[in-house]
Design a protein around this ligand. Structure first.
Ligand code: ATP
Length: 371
């Protein structure tokens, strides 16, 4: 179905600000979304995601800044004149119309006469081929959301805006629909801008994720890049669990930094350091760390070791076990060990050392809260 119509549909926001009274809900935002991308705006409640989306849709007027689609400034266009469509969390289907007519609605409004083949194709795309005659109330939540999607796509918008579209679904269905949405996006080739506060959802689906906090974008990039190389403590913690320990950089050795972590020396790659001297947060993801009995040499020469922890909690999570380990300086660190049966299990009270490959260490500027 990718017919090339979305070519050049890049969305840009330049210096976009939205003030409500004295409060900047969106603060001088710059954003560029390439054509045909699945782009996720991710952030906690109140960070300004929906306001950003509403400005693109024309439902909210920016206080300042420019928004373009395919190079055209759309700032002065009424919402219905913009080459965008929106899917909301609450579906907003017409209850008195059957599924076919719900999907056909946009075509009929444009005066298209022969809608059947287009609507049938669209229902096939969202895997609701056999449901055309039903009313919305006769469908499950997930199916209703697919109808909403089909209805929004039928007019082939250049950009589709999705505001927490899976928010009302239970977890399992949500996970299924994430995969589905990604498939549909790939098939239609339309640029999707997806707003969510669920980091797993954003990372599962998006080519590019922009992490928003307090009206600004803290970091933007491919999901794995953001996860492995967070720029701030906020991004590090919002995308998953992370261990952050106050430390100071002592020296540089080629492409590695020597770092003092509460009295122990470790190494960190310069390439993953947001600063190369002074005070830092040393970061490492819990699943990158493994436990060894205290004082026993494990791993390789390239490993970092933080010694003398005490296991304070062990939680079985199915695929992995989560350990909390209290370090000599009083901080509790988290370790996920895969339950492959290959590694030694530890119990509360055991003395352990924390090991990880030095390359998995990232360093963040210490001038920010741990979050
Ligand atoms: P959520 O995930 O909860 O929807 P969000 O990131 O989408 O959050 P927005 O809805 O964009 O956040 O709101 C951003 C901020 O702007 C919030 O503090 C909100 O209270 C404020 N805000 C939004 N709309 C208005 C309005 N019409 N008048 C005043 N303040 C508003």
């Amino acid at each position: 179905m990718a017919d090339g119509r979305s070519a050049g549909a890049d969305l840009t926001l330049t210096g976009v600000t939205k003030r409500f009274g004295g409060f900047a809900a969106v603060d001088d935002l710059d954003l560029e979304v390439a054509s045909g991308q699945f782009f996720a705006l991710l952030g906690p409640s109140g960070c300004g995601k929906t306001t950003t989306l509403r400005m693109v849709a024309g439902l909210e007027e920016p206080t300042a800044g420019t928004i373009t689609i395919g190079g055209d400034d759309i700032g002065r266009l009424k919402p219905y004149k913009r080459p965008v469509n929106t899917v909301f969390q609450n579906y907003a289907l017409f209850p008195h119309l059957n599924i076919f007519e719900n999907v056909a609605f946009g075509l009929r409004r444009r005066g298209v006469k022969d809608v059947k083949s287009q609507v049938d194709d669209m229902l096939e795309l969202v895997e609701l081929g056999g449901y055309a005659k039903r009313r919305p109330a006769q469908l499950s939540g997930g199916q209703q959301q697919r109808v909403a999607l089909a209805r929004a796509l039928i007019n082939r918008p250049q950009v589709l805006l999705l505001d927490e579209p899976l928010g009302a679904l239970d977890l399992k269905l949500r996970r299924q629909m994430q995969i589905e949405l990604k498939r549909i996006q790939t098939e239609v080739g339309i640029t999707f801008i997806h707003v969510t506060h669920d980091q797993e959802e954003a990372m599962t689906m998006a080519d590019t994720v922009a992490v928003m906090n307090k009206g600004v974008i803290e970091q933007m990039g491919a999901p794995a890049d953001l996860y492995d190389n967070p720029a701030t403590t906020f991004v590090s913690n919002f995308l998953g669990q992370s261990n952050l320990v106050k430390a100071s950089i002592l020296d540089t050795h080629g492409d590695a930094l020597v770092v003092d972590v509460q009295g122990t020396r470790i190494a960190a790659p310069v390439a993953r350091a947001r600063r190369t001297d002074g005070q830092v947060w040393v970061g490492v993801r819990p699943e990158k760390v493994f436990l060894g009995a205290a004082g026993v040499e494990e791993g390789s020469y390239d490993d970092n070791v933080l010694p003398s922890g005490t296991v304070t909690d062990v939680s079985f999570i199915g695929v992995s076990t989560q350990y909390l380990v209290k370090m000599p300086w009083g901080q509790e660190l988290t370790v996920f060990e895969q339950n492959t049966g290959a590694r030694e299990q530890f119990r509360v009270g055991d003395k352990v050392d924390l090991h990880w490959v030095a390359a998995h260490t990232f360093l963040l500027d210490a001038d920010q809260d741990a979050h």
